[in-house]
Write a protein that binds this ligand. Sequence first.
Ligand code: NAP
Length: 242
Amino acid sequence: MTFVTIVTGGSRGIGAATARRLAAGGHDVAVAYHREHTAAQAVVADIHRLGRRAIAVAADTTNPDQVQHLFDTAADLGSLTGLVNNAGITSPIGPFTDLRFDDLRRVVDVNLIGYVLCAQQAARRMTDGGAIVNVSSAAATLGAPNEYIHYAAVKAATDALTIGLAKELAPRGIRVNAIAPGIIRTDIHALSGEPDRPDRAAGRIPVGRAGEPDEVAGAIAFLLGPDSSYTTGAVLRIAGGL
Ligand code: NAP
């Protein structure tokens, strides 16, 4: 079977590690990104070196027309079998009372509206079954107090999206699961104003350290592959015990 998978947010962090991991496991990959064209092209070059097909596609996942263009372009790789809904953002860490409306709006748009738009395109196009993995967060159950409660709430919505889609799409042979990473070493923490958060937080993580993107990528590959053929509607926590 040929795997053709779209990874949103594939240019950096968890998405880039996942795109490379999937290619090593035999997937052809559409590496979707927002602005970091050079980073996305570097991931594509790595995938080519692994002997798989890949394309980089720019798309703001909050924009329905750009999402449609992403999926139309990815069709050049063949019939879609997988989607990793991963493109996500946080906003500046701080107390709930300081949350700015623009940051709230953007976090909801990217992390929820974007996931829904991409899942809808995938569900329409996976006519012969497939698998979707939504990248949620351990924040969904921890609540992220004093950091970004709105982000945690949206990630909880991701879990509900996963459960509903898993049930609705199961009769069509489409599995839908989520992963819930804890604190993973990526650029996302710089955006929240605390680039050193993975090291600062190490002391409160039971295993004593932050995670690496590659430690998340393997779980996503599992949930997209045949070893998880009876797994749907699951939220797999990858959080070092958090
Ligand atoms: P990251 O390193 O900051 O990368 C974010 C990715 O999302 C980039 O590829 C970026 O594209 C893309 N992106 C951002 N806004 C977008 C938009 N509007 N449209 C399309 N793409 C967009 O983040 P990460 O840490 O790997 O996070 C990936 C996912 O894991 C997110 O859903 C995040 O919430 C979740 N997560 C992360 C952690 C963690 O500790 N890192 C923990 C739990 C959950 P460009 O490169 O083009 O900007």
